[in-house]
Design a protein around this ligand. Sequence first.
Ligand SMILES: *[C@@H]1O[C@H](CO)[C@@H](O)[C@H](O)[C@H]1NC(C)=O
Ligand SMILES: *[C@@H]1O[C@H](CO)[C@@H](O)[C@H](O)[C@H]1NC(C)=O
Ligand SMILES: *[C@@H]1O[C@H](CO)[C@@H](O)[C@H](O)[C@H]1NC(C)=O
Ligand SMILES: *[C@@H]1O[C@H](CO)[C@@H](O)[C@H](O)[C@H]1NC(C)=O
Ligand SMILES: *[C@@H]1O[C@H](CO)[C@@H](O)[C@H](O)[C@H]1NC(C)=O
Ligand SMILES: *[C@@H]1O[C@H](CO)[C@@H](O)[C@H](O)[C@H]1NC(C)=O
Ligand SMILES: *[C@@H]1O[C@H](CO)[C@@H](O)[C@H](O)[C@H]1NC(C)=O
Length: 603
Amino acid sequence: MALINLLAPVLLCFLCFQPEFAFSDLAADRAALTRLRSAVAGNTLQWNVSSPSPCNWTGVTCDDAINRVIELRLPGDRLTGDIPVNTVGNLTALRRLSLRGNRLSGVIPSDLEQCSELQFLFLQNNQFSGALPATLFRLSNLIRLVISNNSFSGDISPNFRNLTRLTHLYLQNNQFTGQIPVLNNPFIQFNVSANRLNGSIPGNLASFPVDSFTGNQLCGPPLNSCSVEGESSKLSGGAIAGIAIGSTLGSILIIGIIFFLCRSHNKSRSSRQAVQDAASPIPESPEKPSEYNFRSPDHIMASENTGSEEGFSGRPDSNDELTFFGEGGFLLEDLLRASAEVLGKGTVGTTYKAYLDHGGEVIVKRLRNVCVSKREFTKRIVCIGELYHENLLPIKGYYYGKEEKLIVFDFIPMGSLSSILHENMEEKSQFTWEVRSKIAFEVACGLEHLHSHNLSHGNIKSNNILLNPGFQAYLSESGLIHLVSSSTTSLSGYRAPELIDTRITSKEADVYSFGILILELLTGKDPTLLLNEEGIDLPAWVQSVDEARWKNDAFDTDLVKNNDNTEKITRLMHLGIRCASQYPRRRSSMSEVAKQIKKICKF
Ligand SMILES: *[C@@H]1O[C@H](CO)[C@@H](O)[C@H](O)[C@H]1NC(C)=O
Ligand SMILES: *[C@@H]1O[C@H](CO)[C@@H](O)[C@H](O)[C@H]1NC(C)=O
Ligand SMILES: *[C@@H]1O[C@H](CO)[C@@H](O)[C@H](O)[C@H]1NC(C)=O
Ligand SMILES: *[C@@H]1O[C@H](CO)[C@@H](O)[C@H](O)[C@H]1NC(C)=O
Ligand SMILES: *[C@@H]1O[C@H](CO)[C@@H](O)[C@H](O)[C@H]1NC(C)=O
Ligand SMILES: *[C@@H]1O[C@H](CO)[C@@H](O)[C@H](O)[C@H]1NC(C)=O
Ligand SMILES: *[C@@H]1O[C@H](CO)[C@@H](O)[C@H](O)[C@H]1NC(C)=O
């Protein structure tokens, strides 16, 4: 029986390929890859061409059962020039092709249609040009197609209708049945933004989000309708200021000003005075916000000041105040007067660091799309706020007004785990095995504590792990995801496969996300970036690397630089993979996971 299983794919090959492909095998794939190598060079020059099999070449994955190359991933590998025919097009068993972030140009090779198994195609951030070729629309198995930031031109062909899996994914494993619509479907991805495409968008693509199409001359849903000639899409002052604020992480802002943008056009002298006191010395400008160029920080500040001219109605809901847990409270007015800095935008809202006048800094989260009543909100926050654990970020206080919902946290100096791992901060050199394993353990303990109170976190990711200068880890945003209705369509590398709706969470899903976090700590790879740009989740990526080569190819180089903990790292990696099992029942409980980490790391 096992033999039949082994033979089945081979038999299928004979049945479905034309005679000239009947003898396609690994040797032919190898020859196609070497032809590609001579054409595009870059890091493929490091392939060991004296090796008889291409399967160990970086970026190449084979399926041993069918003895073919099934994945080619060469992102950011400094490839240049055109992709000739008889290269990628001859890899007829290919399921995944990622050539993103190179300097490839010319047209998509016309023989790509021979890769009829292709499900994932990532060509973004290159210089490909020409019309979207008919060959693309014969790849009927595609479920992710990302060709953004190239120079493709011409219309979006109605032939997209032929890509039925891209517009409706039917799932047939035992966890899901039936069809999942495009929106919020974590499996499907489609992006043609930032090209030179024109004309109207075919109807069956209309359910993709706007930012799948922007940066072209396209029209029709989900963009503006095609009939209106030259319709200008001027943004409101508020929206423009919002964009400016969003795009200047790190610039000093005034929290109070942010309130104006959402508020009625009712002016109040005294309040405006308060804000001007806190604002930078840049003079107010009478110009309209829409006339600013947001490239320079000066203009951004100016636009904010103009924002203050738009009107400010004083304190939100003047009867309400911030509610604090324990000592160290301050007035809402103190908070509004404080200067603030945007730290980031996340699933639940925007995070600011606020500098209070009387000294002291706090983190303020301004929640977006809160979908629960004040009573429910208070109940949940109090429940989380009263949980104390040294690895959970304490909630200081909260505010629930008609328009604004704020949560105030203690300020933790170092920043997030994500920023240290992925933004090349110099602290990363201190990110040794000892530090990383300790962070994994501490996060596990914080999460175990939440779970032991029958709460799930719902949004475990490296952005939500804050570190102090001794690298003590604090898990933030516990349970906040339950308070907001999220309409995000972007893929998250941490989301358990059984979750379709972001608001539904479970302890098992937390364990999954935690497993991803372990793999992220050990590989240094950003799981969301990997998923969005290469269509592969981190556990699959780790498992695509031969375990014998983990030390060189999978572990973060900063992790193995100085000393050799390969065995422990390998064991922790396996634990991460088990936590991130596709099947919720196979994941251990958080208390079990914490115990295992302790055992592996000998704390
Ligand atoms: C390249 O492959 C050959 C044959 O498999 C092997 O003998 C040689 O050691 C490899 N070279 C490197 C640098 O890995
Ligand atoms: C790949 O390399 C590993 C060790 O580096 C070796 O054991 C394995 O046989 C190689 N596989 C192929 C197909 O060459
Ligand atoms: C590549 O595929 C083409 C079919 O398009 C075939 O004619 C050609 O022989 C293949 N090249 C090699 C070297 O196998
Ligand atoms: C677009 O692609 C180029 C490489 O061709 C890259 O340098 C640039 O950063 C990309 N732009 C965006 C917005 O990703
Ligand atoms: C798409 O499908 C239609 C009808 O099934 C067919 O006529 C057309 O040739 C297909 N387009 C491509 C590019 O294969
Ligand atoms: C789209 O652009 C092409 C040139 O790239 C032009 O020939 C064609 O007329 C344009 N079509 C529309 C509908 O604007
Ligand atoms: C499409 O890619 C662009 C970058 O080129 C990005 O800004 C946008 O968010 C992406 N859209 C989707 C839906 O992923």
